[in-house]
Design a protein around this ligand. Structure first.
Ligand SMILES: Cc1ncc(COP(=O)(O)O)c(C=O)c1O
Length: 411
C-alpha cells in the first residue's frame, strides 16, 4: 500500500529538547498522566484566546463575534468563550441549558436550527433568547407561546437565500433546504411581524460551513449584505441585527491552506464603509464554530497493541470513531483522508515507518491514520490527533460498542 499524507499540524505546536510534544511548557504525556486516563481531549485555553484576538484584529471593529456552541459545548470551554466572544448561537434547548449553566446571559444568545420543539421555544422565550425562526409555522408557534406565557418573543428570521457558499464542506443555503425561509417569502413575513406582539430582531443567513476559499467567503458576505438590504427595503422594516453566518474553515487535510482572514476582514471593512441607509444602524454578527475551537484541541489515545497483518503494521489504540468520528472520515466526507496526527513523545523525531492507526471498535470504519508515515511507536505510546477541538466529543457516537465517552480537559 502506498503511503498517504496526513493533514497539516496547526501552527504553534512545539517540542521540548527531548522531542516531546508540549502544551503550555509541559509534555502532552504529562497532561495525559494528570488526566488519569486515555482517551482524552485536551483543549488549550491560550490557543482559544490567541485565535479570537487574531480574528478580532483582522475584522472590522463593528463586527460582533458569535460562537456556535455546537462545535464544542464542553462547560469549561464555554466559560472561557464567555469572556472572549460577543454572542452565542445555540441549536437546542440542551445548548440553552449549557449556556445558562455557564452564566451566559440570554441577551447574548440566538437560537437557530430546524425542529425547535414547543418546550424549547418556551424556554428560550422565557429566558429572552433571540429566535432565528426557520419557517412561518415556527413563527406562529413562537407568537402563540409568547402570548400564552405573557412574554414578547425576540424574533429574527433565518433566510434561505438563492445563493450558497461556494466550496463549503456543507452547503446550507440555496435551493430546497430544511433551513430558513425561502428569501422570496421573507419580506411579507417581516412586515407581518411588525404588527405582532414581538420584538423584531432582524435576519440570519447561514449558507455553509468549512470553506477555505477567502474569495468565496467575501462574495457570500457581499451577497448576504445585498440580500438583507433588499429584504428590508421591500418589506419597509428596519434591521436591528444581521447575523451574516460564517463558514470559516480550518485545514484538516494535506494540501488544505489556512484561510486568509486579513483579506476577508479588509473586504468587509470596505463593504461596511459603503452601507446603504437601511443597514446604517444595523448590528452585524458572524457566527463561527470550528474556526474558533478546532485547532485549540487535541485528542490523545494510547497504543494498546502493535500488530502486523500481510506485511502492514497496525497500531491499535484505545480511541476511535466513537470520539473522533470526523477524523475517521465518517462525518460528512466523501473520500477518507488523514487528519494531522503524531506520536506525542516523538513529535520531533523523523517519520520512519508506514503504519495504520486504528481505533478499538470492531469495524473497518474505525481508522484514525491510514498508511501514514510516523516515527516508530510501541504499545503505551500516545497518539495525538490534531484539529480535535470541534465536532469531536459531542459529534461522535460515544455509546457505540459500550466503550464510553472520552475524558475532556481544558488546560
Ligand atoms: C446555523 C449554524 N451556525 C453555525 C454553524 C457552525 O459551523 P462551523 O463550525 O463550521 O463554523 C453551523 C454548522 O452547521 C450552523 O448550522
Amino acid at each position: 500500500m502506498k503511503a498517504k499524507p496526513h493533514g497539516p499540524i496547526p501552527e504553534g505546536f512545539d517540542a521540548d529538547t527531548e522531542g516531546r510534544l508540549l502544551i503550555g511548557g509541559r509534555s502532552v504525556s504529562a497532561w495525559v498522566e494528570e488526566a488519569g486516563e486515555t482517551p482524552v481531549f485536551l483543549y488549550i485555553a491560550d490557543r482559544l484566546r490567541q485565535r479570537v484576538a487574531r480574528l478580532r484584529s483582522a475584522m472590522p471593529e463593528r463586527l460582533r463575534l458569535n460562537y456556535a456552541v455546537k462545535a464544542n459545548p464542553f462547560p469549561p470551554l464555554l466559560e472561557t468563550m464567555r469572556e472572549l466572544v460577543d454572542g452565542f448561537d445555540i441549536a437546542s434547548g440542551g445548548e440553552l441549558a449549557m449556556c445558562e449553566a455557564a452564566n451566559i446571559t440570554a441577551d447574548r444568545i440566538s437560537f437557530a436550527g430546524p425542529g425547535k420543539r414547543d418546550a424549547e421555544l418556551a424556554a428560550a422565550i422565557t429566558a429572552g433568547v433571540t429566535l432565528n425562526c426557520e419557517s412561518e409555522g415556527e413563527v406562529e408557534r413562537a407568537l402563540s407561546i409568547g402570548s400564552e406565557i405573557g412574554r414578547k418573543p425576540r424574533i429574527a428570521l433565518r433566510v434561505n437565500p438563492e445563493f450558497e457558499l461556494r466550496g463549503s464542506g456543507m452547503k446550507m443555503g440555496g435551493g430546497a433546504k430544511p433551513f430558513g425561509i425561502d428569501a422570496a417569502r421573507v419580506p411579507e413575513l417581516a412586515r407581518y411581524l411588525g404588527a405582532q406582539p414581538c420584538d423584531w430582531r432582524g435576519l440570519h443567513v447561514f449558507t455553509g460551513s468549512q470553506a477555505l476559499d477567502q474569495a468565496a467567503i467575501i462574495e457570500t458576505q457581499g451577497n448576504v449584505l445585498d440580500l438583507a438590504a433588499e429584504i428590508c427595503t421591500t418589506a419597509g422594516v428596519g434591521l436591528p441585527s444581521l447575523n451574516m453566518g460564517g463558514g470559516f474553515g480550518v485545514p484538516y487535510f494535506h494540501g488544505d491552506e489556512a484561510l486568509d482572514i486579513e483579506r476577508v476582514g479588509e473586504a468587509l471593512r470596505e463593504r461596511f464603509a459603503h452601507l446603504p441607509d437601511v443597514l446604517a444602524e444595523t448590528e452585524f454578527h458572524i457566527e463561527l464554530g470550528r474556526y474558533l475551537v478546532a485547532e485549540a484541541g487535541i485528542y490523545c489515545c494510547r497504543i494498546v497493541d502493535r500488530k502486523e497483518s500481510h506485511g502492514e503494521i497496525f497500531l491499535v489504540t484505545d480511541g476511535g470513531l466513537h470520539h473522533q468520528l470526523a477524523a475517521s472520515g465518517n462525518f460528512g466526507t466523501v473520500v477518507r483522508r488523514n487528519y494531522p496526527i503524531a506520536i506525542a513523545d516523538s513529535f520531533a523525531a523523523e517519520p520512519e515507518e508506514r503504519v495504520n492507526v486504528v481505533g478499538c471498535l470492531c469495524t473497518p470504519l474505525d481508522r484514525l491514520g491510514d498508511a501514514v508515515i510516523l516515527p516508530t511507536a510501541r504499545e503505551g505510546d500516545i497518539v495525538v490527533l490534531f484539529c480535535a477541538g470541534a465536532y469531536g466529543a459531542t459529534a461522535s457516537p460515544a455509546a457505540f460498542l459500550g466503550r464510553g465517552p472520552a475524558k475532556e480537559l481544558l488546560v
